[in-house]
Design a protein around this ligand. Structure first.
Ligand SMILES: [Zn+2]
Length: 340
């Protein structure tokens, strides 16, 4: 089968890889309908994150079950399924508490590489959620978004305690940030402030429910949020970047007693203890337990209540994965969908 492999920073190739086969009786093999490039794939692509290359790439996926192991009971061959970037048993104490991305048996899907034609999914019963039937083709991008960026933005908004009567600010205008805006809207937030300086992304943020746009960053961005919130700061702030600047911007934009939901993968972020102590801000975040939200998100997509697939503004055949990485690295595309 064909699959994307990262050889070195900036060097992604689509090559012949071994087609995966069942290893454990709890595995399923999927024929992938669509895959995509994630903002977090850019960390190794840019050489910020090191790895023992060459490595298969991709951790977002939707597809049709091709084969199941002897112990798989919840999905069957022919089902259309959505999974997320950590395989989880969905039965352990941590999963049942809603933190499937910290499941005691979790498997990071990135190591299996979903930018490919086929994918092995461990712990299929806990990981995969079948859709009510075969989706219309135009629903596939939205279902794929549920696999990571929507689920992650959703967790960011939940962790920030977005809800009715709340002002929510979102730091980061990548796909996760934009979908955190959508999530805040669905969760009933009253005012939603998107921080973005890119016109096409501002437009999408407004379409997803943003009421205000802030183009300033850093201290100026914080000052602008304060201005928009009667000097107090937002109740809820979603951090969807993962840098020192974005994290501090999020914390300083939050009012005392407010909540930061941080879902940008942190890189070299150092929190100042004393400032945090006196801020009275709650911090909650980490790798999103997307699995927890999948049934609800699939329902919202299936009923066409939400259209998160709009974050895909470039679609390429899998063979051109390298162009997709380049477009996201240069920020000429928000998110790239790959067709195997
Ligand atoms: Zn578990």
């Amino acid at each position: 089968m064909r699959g994307a492999i990262l050889y070195a920073p900036g060097d992604v190739r689509v090559e012949e890889r071994d087609r995966p086969s069942l290893v454990e009786p709890t595995d399923a093999i999927l024929r992938l309908s669509a895959a995509c490039v994630c903002g977090s794939d850019l960390w190794p692509y840019r050489g910020v994150e090191t790895y023992d290359g060459p490595i298969p790439m991709g951790h977002e996926y939707v597809g049709i079950v091709e084969e199941i192991g002897a112990d798989v009971a919840n999905v069957k061959v022919g089902d259309f399924v959505v999974g997320s970037f950590f395989a989880s048993d969905n039965t352990c104490e941590i999963c049942r508490a809603g933190y499937q991305s910290s499941c005691v048996h979790r498997v990071l899907m990135g190591s299996l590489g979903s930018q490919a034609e086929f994918l092995r999914v461990p712990l299929a019963d806990g990981t995969l959620v079948a859709t009510p039937g075969m989706p219309e083709p135009d629903l596939i991008p939205s279902l794929l978004a549920a696999s990571d960026v929507l689920g992650t933005g959703w967790f960011g908004a939940v962790a920030a305690e977005a809800g009715p009567g709340k002002t929510v600010a979102v730091v980061g205008d990548g796909a996760v940030g934009l979908l955190a805006v959508l999530a805040a809207k669905q969760l009933g937030a009253e005012q939603i402030i998107a921080m973005s300086r890119h016109e096409p992304r501002q437009r999408l943020a407004r379409e997803f429910g943003a009421t205000d746009i802030v183009t300033e960053r850093g201290d100026a961005g914080v000052a602008r949020i304060k201005e928009l919130t009667g000097g107090r700061g937002a109740h809820s702030v979603v951090e969807a970047v993962g840098t020192q600047e974005s994290m501090m911007q999020a914390i300083r934009s939050t009012r005392p007693g407010g909540h930061v939901g941080y879902v940008g993968v942190a890189h070299d972020v150092q929190l100042p203890g004393e400032e945090l102590f006196f801020s009275h801000v709650h911090l909650h975040g980490g790798p999103a337990p997307v699995r927890q939200y999948l049934p609800e998100l699939i329902d919202l997509i299936w009923s066409r209540t939400i259209n998160p697939g709009k974050v895909f503004d470039l679609e390429l055949p899998l063979e051109q994965a390298a162009d997709g990485y380049k477009a996201m690295d240069e920020r000429s595309a928000i998110k790239v969908l790959l067709r195997p």
